[in-house]
Design a protein around this ligand. Structure first.
Ligand SMILES: NC(=O)c1ccc[n+]([C@@H]2O[C@H](COP(=O)([O-])OP(=O)(O)OC[C@H]3O[C@@H](n4cnc5c(N)ncnc54)[C@H](O)[C@@H]3O)[C@@H](O)[C@H]2O)c1
Length: 350
């Protein structure tokens, strides 16, 4: 299986190449037959050629590649993020990756909270406009659009997945007191889908008080489902509860085709780009999610073990409390992996 690799901008170009040797090692060891091809989609190409997502890219990805591993998009030279929208939203919409799965494990807990964000509509639907006066925006409108079909297919997948994973509680995050039309649609579909899963206890919370409760005590939450905007914001709180943006990963999935894109939650971090201290943990965790999704759970387990071990070492990057760099951290991950895999071979052969 071929994997399309898009490092993108800023630290994306540092953390993605750092993770590929670990993936290759695991692919060789477990005979997964994965190969990786890197694409230069991002700010440089946009500025040089005006090309974001090249024409034909979606068909090529769907027919020739099993998944996409992405770094980050965002460049101070393109303040409106036009290239990022073209590439990232182009991939999400073009491949219909309507479920964004962003698990987070709060520090001190051994249990991942499964956060699902709707990935295609809501305030990101691209409906709106600006009325200018004297060359300045005088009226600006972004419409929140949700179709019943979109909410239904999203919640159906999330509740089924939560139920299959043995989780008992799911919380819908909304703001139907102030944003009533889409809010009530979400509540109604949520209740209807809950009826299909008698083993799941559902609750719903206004996004503001939900954020307050999550920060104070995340332990009551097992599964969270949210619209595009609320899911985006809540997932950064999840990353903070884990210990930082350098740790959190996400998968964008089309359940019908099984196609998926894996990426860290963080952006291109221009403030630290080029300094060699970007944390590749989130990208490596995205790679572990990819291995799980492709059915290679036995390869994802040692990768997660190696990451946890390296994160506790002094080779960890400064955001994890270490004194290391991207290179020292990945060096430690590779050393842990090699030891783990050779111990495993010794056990299985001897
Ligand atoms: N999915 C994406 O590609 C994505 C997501 C978020 C932001 N962005 C874009 O990225 C650019 C920068 O955005 P931002 O600064 O708001 O968010 P950011 O996530 O890039 O950075 C926020 C803070 O977290 C730190 N940080 C992030 N990732 C880190 C890592 N791996 N290791 C260590 N520290 C890390 C940064 O140094 C910064 O201080 C913008 O252009 C934004 O639009 C892209």
């Amino acid at each position: 299986m071929r994997i399309a690799v898009v490092p993108g901008d800023g630290i994306g170009g540092e953390v993605v190449p750092a993770v590929l040797p670990a993936l290759s090692l695991l692919s060789d060891h477990f005979r997964l037959g994965l190969s990786f091809e890197t694409f230069d989609w991002g700010a440089e190409r946009w500025l040089a050629e005006g090309v974001g997502l090249p024409s034909g890219a979606l068909d090529m990805l769907a027919s020739d590649y099993g998944a996409v591993l992405l770094g980050a998009l965002g460049d101070p030279r393109i303040p409106d993020m036009a290239h990022g929208r073209d590439i990232l939203l182009g991939l999400r919409r073009g491949l219909d990756l309507y479920v964004n799965y962003r698990p987070f494990t709060p520090a001190g807990s051994d249990r991942a909270v499964a956060l699902f964000r709707e990935n295609t509509q809501g305030l990101y639907a691209g409906v709106g406009g600006t009325v200018a006066q004297g060359g300045r925006p005088a009226v600006a409108i972004d419409e929140c659009v949700y179709t019943r079909e979109t909410v239904e297919r999203f919640l159906r997948y999330c509740l089924r997945t939560l139920s299959d994973s043995g989780r008992k509680r799911v919380t819908l995050v909304h703001k139907s007191n102030a944003v009533p039309h889409t809010g009530r649609l979400w509540q109604e579909v949520f209740r209807a889908e809950l009826d299909r899963h008698p083993g799941l206890v559902g609750s719903d919370e206004y996004v503001d008080s939900f954020c307050y409760h999550l920060v104070r005590d995340s332990s009551p939450y097992e599964g969270i489902v949210a619209s595009n905007l609320f899911g985006d914001i809540v997932s950064d709180i999840g990353a903070a509860l884990m210990g930082g943006l350098g740790l959190a990963a996400s998968a964008s999935i089309c359940p019908e085709t099984g196609y998926a894109l894996f990426e860290p939650v963080h952006g291109s971090a221009p403030d630290i780009a080029g300094r060699g201290i970007a944390n590749p943990y989130a990208t490596a965790t995205a790679a572990a999610l990819m291995l799980d999704h492709l059915g290679h759970h036995s390869a994802a387990v040692p990768l997660r073990r190696a990451l946890a071990s390296a994160a506790r070492s002094d080779a960890a990057t400064p955001d994890m409390g270490g004194h290391g760099t991207t290179a020292t951290f990945i060096g430690e991950v590779m050393a842990c992996l090699e030891k783990d895999l050779s111990d495993e071979s010794t056990v299985s052969h001897g």
